[in-house]
Design a protein around this ligand. Structure first.
Ligand SMILES: NC(=O)c1ccc[n+]([C@@H]2O[C@H](COP(=O)([O-])OP(=O)(O)OC[C@H]3O[C@@H](n4cnc5c(N)ncnc54)[C@H](O)[C@@H]3O)[C@@H](O)[C@H]2O)c1
Ligand SMILES: O=C(O)C[C@H](O)C(=O)O
Length: 308
């Protein structure tokens, strides 16, 4: 199993590290445009191999796509991250050009790869990869909901003073400060609805803290987060590589599901060796449906800025 990660920055390197530590891939290739950067990150990571007991071979390359040839999975993390006070949508101007070029280069050398899009604004970048490559929709997956759901569970556990392993919950919708739809009505602690433990006000606080999870970290760090994003990407890569048939909310091209069409947005999917093996349509109430429509309108507005 060969995995390429384009962008050896904070998220790309973190994702490569988690993939290696889980030891399911034979090879991870890091590619970056900055001279020597991916090679340096790869060497540093390889020097953790004996300490962390993994056999995954990590190599780095400066923009030489021939080194990525025949990758099974390719992750796109190249592009700029936001700074405090910015929205993800403001990154579109620079990141659209980078993501389009990277996806095209990747597919020249790995025509059968499954692509995971991470660069922001992620839902729009995922849509752009569809438009630029025309790949079957099971092979283009945007990562956002897996991360947002992990943050939702963190906030729920914090509010309930419960261990995170007790919590289950999911965030669907767009990966943006206003567009996320944390499904609080469906969230549970060991199968018991969280409303049994939390007041309406406290649940609303959890929802709001989840939606601005990325912005909160960006303010604290001066740039956007990388550990949980890297872990979330590695979980998707593992689900595909190991044919796990796990369910994650991912940004995928919809054709009528959830009443939406020609848009990439976060919905639950089953991930396996073919990428997206199924889009899962769960029952939403009227309020949740309205939030999903509102979220989709925001993503469509950003998609409208693309030159495709
Ligand atoms: N979807 C999500 O949940 C999520 C989570 C975290 C970050 N992100 C996004 O991921 C992106 C990367 O974030 P980061 O913190 O790793 O940024 P970073 O600046 O640390 O790393 C980005 C890397 O991309 C490289 N790069 C730029 N243009 C390139 C090109 N044409 N080809 C190859 N490499 C190129 C840069 O040299 C840099 O090393 C940002 O757009 C950020 O907003 C998304
Ligand atoms: O917040 C960001 O800009 C990066 C990423 O989308 C995140 O949610 O951490």
């Amino acid at each position: 199993m060969k995995v390429t990660v384009v962008g050896a920055g904070a998220v790309g390197a973190s994702c490569a590290e988690y993939i290696a530590i889980k030891d399911f891939a034979s090879e991870v290739v890091l590619l970056d445009i900055k001279e020597g950067y991916a090679e340096g990150k790869a060497m540093d990571l390889m020097q953790t191999a004996s300490l962390n007991s993994f056999d995954t071979k990590i190599t780095g390359t400066t923009n030489d796509y021939s080194k990525t040839a025949n990758s099974d999975i390719a992750v796109i993390t190249s592009g700029i991250p936001r700074k405090p006070g910015m929205t993800r949508e403001e990154l579109i101007g620079i990141n659209a050009g980078i993501v389009k070029e990277v996806a095209t280069n990747l597919l020249k050398h790995s025509p059968d790869a499954i692509i995971i899009v991470v660069s922001n604004p992620m839902d729009t970048m995922t849509y752009l990869v569809h438009k630029a490559t025309d790949l079957p929709k099971n092979r283009i997956i945007g990562m956002g909901g897996a991360l947002d759901s992990a943050r939702f569970k963190y906030r729920l556990a914090e509010a309930m003073e419960a261990p995170i392993s007790d919590i289950d919950g999911m965030v669907i919708g767009g990966h943006s400060d206003t567009g996320m739809v944390p499904l609080i009505r469906h969230a549970t602690r060991n199968s018991v609805k969280v409303s049994e433990f939390l007041s309406d006000d406290r649940m609303q606080e959890v929802v709001e803290a989840t939606k601005v999870g990325g912005a909160t970290l960006t303010k604290l760090l001066g740039t956007s987060a990388w550990y949980a994003p890297g872990a979330a990407v590695s979980a998707l890569v593992q689900a595909i590589a190991c044919d796990q048939k796990k369910m994650f909310p991912c940004s995928v091209l919809l054709a009528g599901e959830y009443g939406l069409d020609d848009i990439c947005i976060g919905v639950p999917v089953i991930l396996g060796r073919n990428g997206i093996e199924q889009i899962v349509e769960i029952e939403l109430n009227d309020k949740e449906k309205a939030k999903m429509q509102e979220s989709a309108a925001g993503v469509s507005k950003t998609n409208g800025l693309l030159d495709v």
